[in-house]
Design a protein around this ligand. Structure first.
Ligand code: HEC
Length: 130
């Protein structure tokens, strides 16, 4: 009997830890994690640490220099962002992210934009008081 009681107690403790687990990280931390490890290749590998965009490679063809770049993605409309994530790009792989995941990524990237504070103040109609 004692054993069953102990087992039950452990199950409750473990379940509690699992469910509570969600609140161990903040939404911002979660979004940052998702950006670096989105169930597939990291967005940062192509779009840069902050989503600022990156030159992926350069090559020369018939004496002309070309480059392949991943565009900046911290300054897009939500609609454009989601659209790009819902299909396969020419180069970008297709991800199968939920609405929730896309929204978190979107807001995380906005905060990475160097103009974030400026835009935020503009948005609120306040002057930048720094
Ligand atoms: C293998 C490199 C690569 C990876 C990884 C990648 N992208 Fe892209 N992404 C691109 C390229 C290149 C484009 C330009 C369109 C194309 O060629 O597919 C693009 C386009 C986009 C666009 C559209 C930009 C615009 O101006 O409309 C968004 C949004 C975007 N990526 C977000 C992401 C997010 C978020 C992730 C991670 C979940 C990610 N990408 C992972 C290479 C990548």
């Amino acid at each position: 009997m004692r054993r069953i009681g102990f087992g039950l107690l452990m199950s409750i403790l473990i379940a509690g830890t699992l469910f509570a687990g969600e609140s161990f990280i903040t939404d911002d931390e979660y979004a940052k994690m998702l950006y670096k490890n989105p169930r597939g290749i990291s967005c940062a590998k192509c779009h840069g640490e902050k989503g600022e965009g990156k030159v992926l490679c350069t090559y020369v063809d018939h004496g002309k220099k070309y480059s392949i770049t991943a565009p900046p993605i911290y300054n897009l409309s939500m609609a454009r962002f989601k659209k790009a994530l819902s299909r396969k790009g020419r180069l970008m792989p297709q991800y199968f992210l939920t609405e929730w995941e896309m929204a978190h990524l979107y807001y995380y990237l906005l905060t990475q934009n160097p103009d974030y504070d400026k835009n935020k103040n503009k948005h609120k109609g306040k002057k930048n008081d720094s």
